[in-house]
Design a binder for this molecule. Structure first.
Ligand code: ATP
Length: 739
């Protein structure tokens, strides 16, 4: 036992009363010389002291420690008005505070006695710490006036209900080892930081949710069965430690990771440190970020694909200078992307075809298999996954959706660009693949109208509508946080207007002009070349751009079919194939569609050139980020720097491509050139696009050189440079166009 300075434990001051010195049992008495009074009295443990009445004479005692004796009567304390600390634990006291209250008494330990009933402690208003463990109390009472009580322990008593604690300033409360089966009446303990309810019969954690300062909870050895109970503590942001050992809940698979997910501020769970890895694993498991979902999805399909006999998808494999062109319309459910995709494919049928995804949901009234979706069973869908047939999949509204490689290939083999629609998760996943589509976000800007539209469709439950509406924010956030993620954004409140914007955008992408007549009803053909010159497939007229809201009538697809009769499609297909063969024979590879969406011809700016990316190889083309001017490509191409940054561009996914590739001719005979996708490059290239603000006028030098040897008769022959990363408000001549 330590002895404080100034104690006289081993000597007897001359002035002490003989009687006290004669009590050989006193082990230590702290004596404050300046006061000339004994203030502390500590009795050694286990001396079987029964009668301490002699202490009545020591009125100045401030600390009295008498643990492990056989004391039954503490009335002597009534004579110690200055007493501050009293430890009479492990005695035989039956009387709860059986003495006159010392007015400054702050800390009392009566644990391990034989007390049965608490009494009113109004007179002990200075109490801050009260330890009453291992007695026989069954009811908590009498503490109402203890307005300074910050530490109360009533462990191992017979308490079955939590009560009598209202509005106490408790910071620590221990009720371990009682018979409590419900957490109740704690909501007014606003200061509570440490709570010990271990060894009780508690089944639920409800009742703790308002204790916002709670940092430590011990619930070991209770009857908590459900992991979801931890959710009651979810809002306790200061909670750092929880102990749920010896509860049935421990038997759940993934118990630990689930609790860590629900209580993400934890540092200690079940006495074990929560590691950063566990926290990441928990979030990835229960609320994975979009990137993680996409990475998993991509990995799954890649692995399954690799397990299949290898097939060369030569129609869509990326070539160095012209990746297979795709257009992805994305946005929340029923924002109109499907109708717009169909309509676009109908009107620009010489360039686009609709890539129908697979889904496990049943067809809505009027939907046809193969046209809107390939409707398959869950089993078929999962078989397809295992056969490595998908590029990406996602679950939405309890159904699976997936874009199969074959859906894209089918379109690509026709010499057309593939147009698909999908939710955001699909976009994330697709961005991991070697496809490099253009992504157009269609987003409702007036939520009420969107809700009205959802309701009018009559397909959706309230929950489905809520989900759809909530996802508007998700799209908006992604757009805000990731400049360049979407190539273009079109408000879709007015479907007709949205279609006009989309059409304008696509025409700019393609470098198309209205062939005659103007307006939406004219045929859309490549510059200087109408598809009619081939004798087939005049582009479908755009007569229905007036009201697309209505066009989602149940039979809109019939109109589409009517305009795309099989004969016309077949003839057009034959023509395109023929033309591709001709071009291939004359060394003009890749095929016509490869020119679609071609990016601007970038020069290598010194800033980029100084980056240490390896050159792609001798056949690399000179590059520059879109939006940076590069007036003379041929000059740039001669420099080392250009070659270095051309390696960057070859792997890029957004906007940095060579339009004038000397490699193109040489690739013609050797088929598509396959480069492994270097994902690390992608971000940098996207970053490099950020310099181009949507409103910034595009420098003339950004345009593809008129000397660009595109064959004038092919789609995309007059390719214009594209594309700002967030193109809202990009200036065009057409005032009606929107982005
Ligand atoms: N392969 C895919 N990957 C990701 N999302 C997809 C895929 N195919 C379809 N989706 C999207 O899943 C959502 C649900 O599709 P579904 O066709 O059931 O909805 P809908 O009510 O008809 O709405 P919409 O008119 O937008 O298609 C839509 O937003 C759709 O674009």
């Amino acid at each position: 036992m330590s002895v404080r300075s100034g104690s006289v434990s081993d000597r007897t001051p001359a002035h002490l009363p003989v009687s006290l010195c004669a009590i050989s049992g006193f082990y230590r008495m702290t004596f404050y010389w300046h006061l000339n009074r004994i203030s502390d009295c500590v009795w050694p443990q286990g001396r079987d002291l029964k009668n301490v009445s002699i202490l009545c004479n020591y009125i100045y005692l401030q600390k009295l420690e008498l643990p492990y004796n056989k004391i039954k009567d503490l009335s002597c304390v009534s004579h110690m008005p200055y007493l501050i600390t009293l430890d009479a634990s492990h005695n035989q006291l039956t009387d709860f505070f059986g003495f006159q209250p010392p007015k400054n008494l702050k800390e009392v330990n009566f644990s391990h006695n034989q007390m049965t009933a608490m009494k009113d402690l109004s007179a002990y208003s200075s109490l801050t710490k009260l330890i009453l463990d291992h007695n026989s109390f069954s009811v908590i009472r009498g503490l109402e006036k203890c307005k300074r009580l910050s530490h109360l322990s009533l462990a191992h008593n017979n308490i079955s209900r939590i009560r009598g604690l209202d509005h106490l300033p408790l910071r620590e409360l221990c009720l371990a080892g009682n018979m409590i089966n419900k957490i109740e009446n704690l909501q007014t303990l606003h200061n509570l930081q440490v709570l010990d309810l271990s060894c009780n019969r508690i089944q639920s954690l409800t009742g703790l949710q308002n204790l916002r300062f709670l940092g430590t909870v011990n619930l070991e050895s209770n009857l908590i069965t459900e992991i979801k109970e931890a959710a009651h503590l979810h809002d306790l942001i200061l909670l750092r430690e929880i102990n749920l050992l010896k509860n049935p809940v421990q038997d759940h698979d993934d118990y630990r990771i689930a609790v860590i997910f629900l209580l993400q501020h934890l540092i200690l769970l079940d006495k074990q440190t929560v590691t950063a890895e566990e926290k990441v694993a928990a979030v990835n498991k229960y609320d994975p970020p979009l990137e993680v979902v996409a990475a998993r999805d991509h990995m799954t399909h890649l692995v399954y694909q690799l397990m299949q006999p290898q097939v060369i998808f030569d129609s869509t494999l990326p070539s160095l200078d012209a990746p297979y062109p795709m257009l992805v319309l994305t946005g929340p459910q029923a924002c109109g992307k499907r109708e717009l995709a169909h309509k676009l494919c109908q009107e620009f049928s010489d360039y686009f075809a609709y890539g129908a995804c697979h889904t496990t949901r049943g067809p809505y009234f009027g939907e046809e298999d193969g046209l809107d979706y390939h409707f398959v069973t869950e089993e078929e869908f999962h078989n397809m996954i295992q056969m490595g047939q998908f590029i990406q999949t996602m679950q939405y509204g309890g159904h699976w959706y997936g874009l199969s490689r074959e859906s894209i290939e089918r379109v690509a083999r026709e010499g057309l660009a593939c147009c698909v629609h999908m939710e955001l998760e699909g976009v994330f996943s697709l961005k991991n693949s070697y496809f490099e589509p253009r992504y157009v976000l269609l987003i409702p800007s007036v939520v009420d109208n969107y809700v009205l539209f959802l309701k009018a469709r009559g397909f959706y439950s309230n929950a489905q509508m809520e989900t759809a509406v909530s996802r508007i924010d998700l799209y908006a956030r992604i757009n805000r946080e990731r400049p360049g993620f979407f190539d273009s954004i079109i408000p879709c409140d007015d479907r007709a207007e949205a279609y006009r914007s989309l059409k304008q955008l696509v025409k700019e992408y393609l470098g198309l002009e209205e062939h005659s007549g103007g307006g939406d009803s004219s045929s859309i053909t490549p510059d200087n070349t109408s598809t009619n010159t081939t004798g087939e497939l005049p582009a479908a007229s755009a007569t229905e751009s007036t009201d697309l809201m209505d066009s989602y009538s149940r039979n809109y697809q019939k109109k589409i079919q009517a305009n795309m009769t099989p004969q016309r499609t077949e003839m057009a297909s034959n023509h395109r194939r023929l033309q591709q063969i001709r071009e291939a024979l004359s060394g003009k590879s890749p095929g016509a569609y490869a020119e679609l969406f071609q990016r601007s011809v970038p020069a290598a700016p010194s800033s980029l050139a100084s980056q240490s990316h390896p050159p792609a190889g001798p056949s690399s083309s000179p590059v520059r980020p879109a939006g940076l001017s590069a007036p003379n490509l041929s000059e740039d191409s001669s420099s080392e720097e250009s070659r270095a940054s051309s390696g960057l561009s070859m792997r890029s996914s957004a906007g940095v491509f060579s339009a004038e590739s000397p490699a193109r001719g040489s690739d013609a005979g050797s088929g598509p050139n396959i480069e492994p996708l270097d994902i690390s490059m992608l971000g940098q290239d996207r970053d490099s696009l950020r310099g181009l603000t949507p409103d910034a006028p595009r420098p003339a030098s950004d345009r593809v050189s008129p000397t660009h040897p595109s064959s004038p008769g092919r789609p995309g022959a007059n390719v214009k440079p594209v594309l700002p990363p967030i193109p809202s408000g990009r200036k065009t001549n057409d005032s009606g166009s929107k982005q």
